[in-house]
Design a binder for this molecule. Structure first.
Ligand SMILES: CCCCCCCCCCCC(=O)SCCNC(=O)CCNC(=O)[C@H](O)C(C)(C)COP(=O)(O)OP(=O)(O)OC[C@H]1O[C@@H](n2cnc3c(N)ncnc32)[C@H](O)[C@@H]1OP(=O)(O)O
Length: 263
């Protein structure tokens, strides 16, 4: 019994990366990374918030400590395992979601499943750099992407330092991860109904020069809660600029502190 509990805990920790544990936290922020990314970038955010907020970051199969696991080919499978791993974390504390780009679709599906099946909902959903699901974002066929195409896109997106793009052997690994993530995204049902499926507050933050997103106001259709929108200067990866990252983190802190008043 004890062994099984330990094994489940170890499995959950592979899926949900928490680098800075905060036993006194009253909130948990669950971060959902972009396509082709690992969990580390957002897991490191844990150090930047005060002790009342503990940060967790989702790690998909096929990368970091999950390199041995095959990539997920169906987004529903990824959501099922995320929900399963998050459940023990969401029962005792208030929680919020933060997604960047592809991460928002996983976050949205996860929130929907948590609400429908467990009556659990984030207090706030922070959306960064993503077209709303029902606005039909343009997703290419993951299976047919070539390494060269992805390399050019990465340069355009601006979230990858040149050193990773120059080393072809290393880039091949990142390419395979991105290709698998886009392939998984191809199984997302973008015909989501327009009616509000959540009731939490939603904030949408984006880079004013981002060319791959559109109709951001549409995010307000997913919730009956309040909706806010902010932009910072920059492109799809505007959040890599330290001052913009600080803006996001301050905004999250402020919103979560305010949410305690209504709970
Ligand atoms: C064809 C049409 C397509 C068109 C495609 C249209 C598709 C639309 C749908 C997809 C929507 C999206 O999500 S768009 C997003 C697409 N993805 C991207 O653009 C990739 C962005 N870049 C990255 O994720 C990174 O730069 C990679 C590639 C290196 C992967 O990073 P990673 O997952 O953290 O990998 P990892 O090996 O752990 O990291 C190595 C070390 O480098 C550091 N590192 C990594 N990136 C950075 C960075 N920007 N700035 C500083 N440091 C960095 C890490 O912190 C870590 O340090 P240490 O911890 O070792 O110290």
């Amino acid at each position: 019994m004890e062994e099984r509990k330990e094994a489940r805990k170890a499995r959950n920790e592979k899926i949900v990366n928490c680098l800075y544990q905060k036993p006194d936290a009253i909130f948990r922020l669950i971060c959902f990374p972009w396509a082709g990314g690992g969990s580390t970038h957002f897991a490191k955010w844990g150090q930047k918030f005060h002790d009342l907020l503990e940060v967790h970051s989702i790690r998909l199969a096929g990368r970091e400590t999950r390199t041995e696991e095959p990539f997920v080919t169906d987004i529903n499978q990824a959501v099922d395992e995320i929900v399963c791993a998050l459940l023990p974390l969401l029962q005792d504390k208030l929680f919020a979601f933060f997604g960047h780009s592809m991460g928002n679709y996983l976050a949205f599906m996860t929130a929907r499943q948590l609400k429908e099946q467990y009556n659990l909902e984030p207090v706030h959903f922070f959306v960064s750099s993503a077209t709303p699901p029902h606005s039909q974002p343009q997703i290419p066929d993951g299976k047919t992407l070539t390494e060269e195409e992805v390399k050019w896109s990465y340069m355009d997106f601006g979230g990858t330092p040149n050193c990773f793009l120059i080393n072809s052997q290393e880039f091949q690994e990142y390419f395979l991860i991105f290709k698998a993530d886009v392939h998984m995204l191809n199984t997302y049902n973008f015909d989501a109904p327009l009616k509000a499926v959540l009731s939490c507050d939603v904030t949408c933050i984006f880079g004013s020069e981002d060319k791959i997103i559109s109709n951001l106001e549409g995010w307000k259709d997913i919730t009956s809660g309040s909706f806010g929108m902010y932009h910072r200067q920059g492109g799809h990866f505007y959040l890599m600029e330290p001052s913009h990252e600080a803006f996001i983190q301050n905004h999250i802190t402020k919103c979560l502190e305010l949410s305690t008043i209504s709970y």
